[in-house]
Design a protein around this ligand. Structure first.
Ligand code: ASN
Ligand code: ZN
Ligand code: CA
Length: 331
C-alpha cells in the first residue's frame, strides 16, 4: 500500500515499510494523516495514560530491532495502516466505525508483557514487548486482530463470553488473515496461521492454526454442546476452521510454502470458494446479520443469508457455506 505522506520505517516483522506521518515542528510525528489521523504513542513501559507521541527528525523510523524504541512503533503503525486500507479497499468501510476517524496505538506497555489488546473505552490498541522485551506483539496479523475487535464492537457487538465470544475472537483471526493476504507483503508472506512471527511459544510455532485449530493443543476443531464453556480463544477454533475450509477446502494443500491439512467432522471433503469471497460473506454476516448474542447456529444462518444476498441461494458459494459449517459440526 502507498501512503501519500509517507515516512520510511524499518519494521521488525514486515521489512522496510511506508508509514503515514505528519510534518510537525521542523520534524515529523507519527500521525497518519491519510488514515483518520491514527497516532502511535510510546508508553515507555508504563501501563496507563496515552504516553508520548512518537516523533522523528528525518522521517526515517526504527532500525528493525527492539534496540530502537521506534521499531515497535513502525510495526504498529504499519499494521494499523494496512488494516485501515483493507477495510476501506475491500469492504468500503472507512475506519473502525466507518466514519473516517482513526483510532490510536500504544506500544511498550509494561515490562515483559506478552500480549496485545483492544480497549473499547479508549478506542485504542495496546502492545506489550514480549518476553525479555525482545518480541513485541506488533506483527501485522496481531495488529489486525486487535483492530478488528473494534470493528466487531461497533457492529455485531458479539458478547465476549460463551459462543458469541468464540465468534468474536474468530472474527479477529479471520480478518487478521484477510488483512495479511490483502497486504501480500513479500517480507510477511500471507498464511492461515496467527502470530507466526512473534514466537509466543518459544519454539517457533504459531499462536493459532486455522486449518486444524487443535494443533495448538487447546483450540477446538468442531462444535459440540457445551463449547460455550471453554475460553473464547479456543472456542473460536470452530469458526476459524470453518473459514479455512470455506476459503481453501479440506485435505492437504500447500499455500505460499506452508503445508496445511484440514480435516472434517464427517470425513467428507469440502471444496473452497477462495478467501476473497469467504471474507465478503463473513463481513456481511458480521455487519448486517449477527447480533450481540449470536451463537454458532445463528452464525451459520447469518453467513448463509449473506451468501444468498451476495451470490444467490442456488450458488456454489451458498452451498460452500452450508458444507463448511457441516464439516465443523454446525448444522
Ligand atoms: N490478545 C488478546 C485478544 O485480543 C487479549 C485478550 O485476551 N484480552 O483476545
Ligand atoms: Zn482477541
Ligand atoms: Ca499470519
Amino acid at each position: 500500500w502507498d501512503a501519500v505522506h509517507a515516512g520510511t520505517g524499518e519494521s521488525q516483522y514486515s521489512g522496510t515499510v511506508e508509514i503515514g506521518t505528519t510534518a510537525s515542528g521542523g520534524g515529523f510525528e507519527l500521525t497518519d494523516g491519510e488514515r483518520g489521523g491514527h497516532k502511535t504513542y510510546d508508553l515507555k513501559n508504563g501501563s496507563s495514560g496515552t504516553g508520548t507521541l512518537f516523533t522523528d527528525d528525518d522521517d526515517k523510523w526504527g532500525d528493525g530491532t527492539p534496540n530502537d524504541p521506534a521499531t515497535a512503533a513502525v510495526d504498529a503503525a504499519y499494521g494499523a495502516g494496512a488494516t485501515w486500507d483493507y477495510y476501506e479497499q475491500v469492504h468500503g468501510r472507512s475506519g473502525i466505525k466507518g466514519d473516517g476517524v482513526g483510532a490510536y496505538s500504544r506500544v511498550h506497555y509494561g515490562n515483559n508483557y506478552v500480549n496485545a489488546f483492544w480497549t473499547d473505552s479508549c478506542f485504542c490498541m495496546t502492545y506489550g514487548d514480549g518476553a525479555g522485551n525482545a518480541a513485541p506483539l506488533t506483527s501485522l496479523d496481531v495488529a489486525a486482530h486487535e483492530m478488528t475487535h473494534g470493528v466487531t464492537s461497533v457492529t455485531a457487538g458479539l458478547v465476549y463470553s460463551g459462543e458469541s465470544g468464540g465468534l468474536n475472537e474468530a472474527t479477529s483471526d479471520i480478518f487478521a488473515t484477510a488483512v495479511e493476504f490483502h497486504a501480500n507483503s513479500e517480507d510477511d508472506v500471507p498464511d492461515y496461521l496467527i502470530g507466526e512471527k512473534i514466537d509466543i511459544n518459544g519454539d517457533g510455532s504459531p499462536l493459532r492454526h486455522m486449518d486444524e485449530p487443535s494443533k495448538d493443543g487447546s483450540s477446538e476443531d468442531y462444535w459440540y454442546d457445551g463449547i460455550g464453556n471453554v475460553d473464547v480463544h479456543y472456542s473460536s477454533g470452530v469458526a476459524n476452521h470453518f473459514f479455512y475450509l470455506l476459503s481453501e477446502g479440506s485435505g492437504a494443500k500447500e499455500i505460499n510454502g506452508v503445508s496445511y491439512d484440514s480435516p472434517t467432522h464427517d470425513g467428507e471433503p469440502v471444496t473452497g470458494i477462495g478467501i476473497e469471497k469467504a471474507e465478503q460473506i463473513w463481513f456481511k454476516a458480521l455487519t448486517q446479520y449477527m447480533t450481540s448474542t449470536t451463537d454458532y447456529a445463528a452464525a451459520r444462518e447469518a453467513t448463509l443469508e449473506a451468501a444468498s444476498e451476495l451470490y444467490g441461494a442456488d450458488s456454489a458459494e451458498y452451498q460452500g457455506v452450508d458444507r463448511a459449517w457441516a464439516a465443523v459440526n454446525v448444522s
